[in-house]
Design a protein around this ligand. Structure first.
Ligand SMILES: Nc1ncnc2c1ncn2[C@@H]1O[C@H](COP(=O)(O)OP(=O)(O)O)[C@@H](O)[C@H]1O
Ligand SMILES: [Mg+2]
Length: 576
């Protein structure tokens, strides 16, 4: 895991190394100051030599300035290195998420991905900044200070050793307990984000069902969970401070007592004792830093694991090495297809589907919700792979095509479709970047979207809000159809894409398809018989099984399910 993370440091290695270098130099200078202090007291003040006082005073001042500048430089580079590292991590995750197949996306929730891209990266960033500043500095400072103290007085330094052992023991115990809580806390963030996302995206639904109170409760609970875990983790960590103070004041007391005795006995000078006091502070500060770094590392380990998971996720749908570069025509063949989500482990959603569709045909698909209509068509553009059998387009297995080519030739207007923030024209050009304005307008005419677009004040320059929330459902659907048409695909699939469009417009869209794109294979999924009855053949799906595949007239005679749907819908119409 750590290796994957480190690989993302990339161009910020230099800044990271400079940080460590400056931090190390800072320690060296810091260590010298107490020594100068000792000399200043012993040779200057005690000997009442003002020249010595000035000499050592100036030296200390210069070194102090040096330490300060080095600290500043180290901080600066550390900030650059850690934020750069974080940017790289986000970039790596984001790039990989773009390659995800639908089944990869199914595995993570959207909210989970968002948490990983934000909170988790920030954790790793903070930890990294801490590590590069402290990993050399703190141990080095600890060892140097201890060595200096031993040089001054070996016996008295034993006080330090005892204090260090005491502190380290306490810290290890604290870490062990805190880690447990931190590991639990981040998945809780996913729940929180999920709650926010669901609520904000569905705010209109929430309001119309008057579910605000319930949603509030849900959010509060998620927030409370995080709060509780953090309080637990932090309360374990808070033992850090008292332990630290016991160690510091314990050593100071011991040192004062034993030091005073040593001075009286003539084994120690006043200056040396002052330096020993400074070194105590140095040692304790280093331990403090180390313990803080440990906390950050424990916290970020959980985050790091979650980030690496995303970076290393392999898309299970990739283009083959020697991909076909041309789709011959729009014929589609399902050869005894069995398909399940989660590859084999789940209940099969499609069971032994065997269908053969000629290029240019208009095919209707009808069936209840959950009868696997969407699943069936998603196999054609290879959004998922089959478990058994094969799906062929233009006489070739879809797995032999370059994915990009296949998805250009098979345009799907998904059931849950989205528009992006931007103008209408920009949205249409998702279908084909280089489409001229005239081509865009033509596509809109085909999809019967022109009439309402032209009524907008800004026409094709009308700005669509995120998710297309400022156009109606039916308008959105027609824009999505126009966008798909711009690809000039060989196969066009409309997955319940005219559900919010009135029947008359629906019919005229189909009419224009028949006249203007007769060679394109058109697959129309609908809940309405009226939307599919003019198709050359209609697939009746029932619980993942093809129950009938024939023309409207034939199905009425031979297919029980189809006839029932037809009769219920006709009755409804008459009542209207
Ligand atoms: N991404 C998915 N992961 C797991 N199961 C799914 C997924 N999408 C659909 N399903 C399941 O597959 C079955 C068929 O769904 P679907 O093809 O969407 O039906 P339809 O489009 O006819 O309403 C349903 O039982 C549904 O719960
Ligand atoms: Mg569906």
């Amino acid at each position: 895991m750590v290796r994957t993370l480190i690989r993302q440091i990339k161009e910020y290695k230099k800044d990271s190394l400079l940080t460590m270098l400056y931090a190390a130099l800072e320690v060296v200078l810091e260590i010298i100051i107490p020594l100068l202090m000792a000399s200043l007291i012993d040779k200057g003040i005690e000997a009442q030599n003002i020249n010595q006082v000035i000499k050592y005073g100036i030296m200390m001042f210069v070194i102090a300035i040096g330490t300060l500048s080095l600290g500043f430089l180290a901080g600066n580079h550390a900030a650059k290195a850690s934020t750069g590292f974080a940017a790289n991590l986000r970039d790596a995750m984001y790039t990989n998420i773009q390659t995800f197949s639908f089944s990869n996306i199914d595995k993570y929730s959207t909210a989970g991905l968002v948490t990983r891209l934000t909170t988790d990266v920030t954790n790793v960033q903070n930890a990294y900044q801490m590590i590069i500043r402290m990993c050399i500095r703190a141990p080095m400072s600890l060892i140097c200070a201890l060595a200096m103290a031993m040089m001054i007085n070996l016996k008295l330094s034993m006080i330090f050793v005892v204090a260090i052992i005491f502190l380290v023991t306490v810290l290890v115990i604290i870490m062990y307990h805190a880690t447990k809580y931190f590991n639990d806390v981040f998945p809780k963030y996913d729940t929180l984000n999920e709650s926010v996302q669901e609520n904000v995206v569905g705010i209109r639904v929430v309001k119309s069902f008057v579910r605000e109170k319930y949603e509030n409760e849900k959010f509060k609970k998620a927030a409370q969970n995080i709060y509780k875990l953090f309080v637990k983790a932090e309360s374990v960590l808070s033992y850090n401070n008292p332990a630290m103070l016991v160690a510091v004041y314990g050593s100071i007391l011991m040192l004062s007592w034993l030091g005073a005795k040593a001075i009286v006995a003539g084994n120690l000078t006043t200056g040396e004792l002052t330096s020993l006091f400074s070194y105590i502070m140095n040692i304790m500060m280093s331990l403090m830093m180390l313990s803080m770094a440990f906390v950050m590392i424990t916290m970020s380990l959980a985050s790091g694991r979650r980030i690496v998971e995303v970076i290393n996720e392999q898309s299970d749908l990739v283009s083959p090495n020697h991909a076909l570069t041309d789709v011959k025509d729009g014929s589609i063949d399902f050869n005894h297809v069995v398909f399940s989500y989660k590859h084999g482990s789940g209940e099969p959603v499609l069971k032994d589907v065997d269908l053969h569709i000629k290029s240019g045909e208009t095919i209707g698909i009808i069936g209840g919700t959950g009868s696997a209509k969407s699943s069936l068509v998603n196999l054609i553009s290879r959004l998922y792979d089959v478990d058994e059998g094969s799906v062929e387009v233009g006489g070739q297995d879809v797995r032999n095509y370059d994915l990009e080519l296949l998805r250009d030739e098979v345009a799907v207007v998904l059931q849950k479709n989205v528009l992006f923030s931007g103008t209408i024209l920009q949205n249409l050009r998702w279908g084909n970047e280089s489409a001229s304005e005239e081509e865009c307008k033509e596509a809109c005419r085909l999809a019967c979207a022109d009439e309402f677009i032209e009524r907008f004040e800004d026409g094709y320059q009308t700005y669509l809000e995120q998710g297309g929330s400022n156009v109606s459902g039916g308008q959105k659907q027609r824009l999505c159809i126009a966008r798909a048409l711009l690809k000039k695909p060989k196969i066009l699939i409309l997955d319940d894409s005219t559900s919010a469009v009135d029947t008359a417009t629906d019919a005229s869209i189909q009419e224009s398809f028949n006249q203007r794109i007769p060679d394109t294979t058109k697959i129309i999924i609908s809940q309405r018989i009226s939307s599919v009855q003019n198709a050359s053949r209609i697939i009746v799906l029932n619980d993942g099984v093809v129950d009938g595949f024939d023309s409207h007239e034939q199905l009425l005679k031979t297919n029980e399910i189809y006839r029932t749907i037809y009769e219920t819908q006709m009755k409804g119409k008459e009542e209207e």
